[in-house]
Design a protein around this ligand. Structure first.
Ligand SMILES: [Fe+2]
Length: 193
């Protein structure tokens, strides 16, 4: 029997992920958040938004970016937590975006809580899918995406996207999605924007 001695060490990975909670730890993890004061004109009832505590957090993001933004062929991974709440009768939600490189797709998956994913194509046709623990969502290329929390507890979801996708918030900032998700007598309801 031949024995081979190799000195290459077997290393620990640089990061870890709590797969149930979506919490990343280790090197190169970035965090960001959005509060009510940063989300001007995103909700239908802008007056209601102005009257709220501007410091109140709406959502936060943790992301693992192992290569520079814009690198072709790489992958990014992240988790978003959206607080339970509403502005007027519209559920707390993410800003939403197309990708800067619009031909890039993405995966989302539900971790905790209950939400709805809005998907809008370039002709502004919007469709919606429920998000819940274990739900899996393929977001095709050329499709804007936004998530709203429709539950009474924090909603979290994971995401994986190409490192050259980038974010194009402009069209959504200017025109929004063609549908909005409101709480209509306790029932999450899609309405035309
Ligand atoms: Fe995206």
């Amino acid at each position: 029997m031949m024995s081979v001695i190799i000195n290459d060490p077997i290393r620990q990975p640089m990061q870890s992920l709590d797969i149930a909670k979506g919490v990343f730890a280790g090197a190169g993890i970035i965090v960001s958040s959005k509060n009510i004061g940063q989300l001007q004109y995103m909700f239908l009832d802008e007056k209601a938004r102005q009257q709220m505590d501007q410091e109140q957090q709406v959502y936060r993001v943790q992301a693992n970016l192992p290569v520079d933004e814009g690198t072709a062929g790489g992958l990014f991974m992240g988790t978003t937590w959206i607080k339970a709440g509403a502005v007027g009768n519209e559920f707390f939600m993410t800003q939403g975006h197309f990708h800067q490189l619009a031909s890039r797709g993405e995966y989302y998956w539900g971790l905790e809580g209950n939400g709805v994913l809005l998907l809008m194509d370039e002709d502004r046709n919007t469709r919606a899918e429920y998000v819940y623990p274990g739900s899996l969502h393929y977001i095709p290329a050329y499709t804007a995406h936004r998530v709203a929390n429709i539950g009474n507890t924090e909603l979290s979801f994971g995401a994986c996207w190409p490192s050259d996708a980038g974010h194009n918030y402009d069209e959504i900032k200017e025109r929004g999605f063609s549908k909005r998700l409101i709480n209509h007598n306790g029932i999450p309801t899609l309405i035309n924007a």
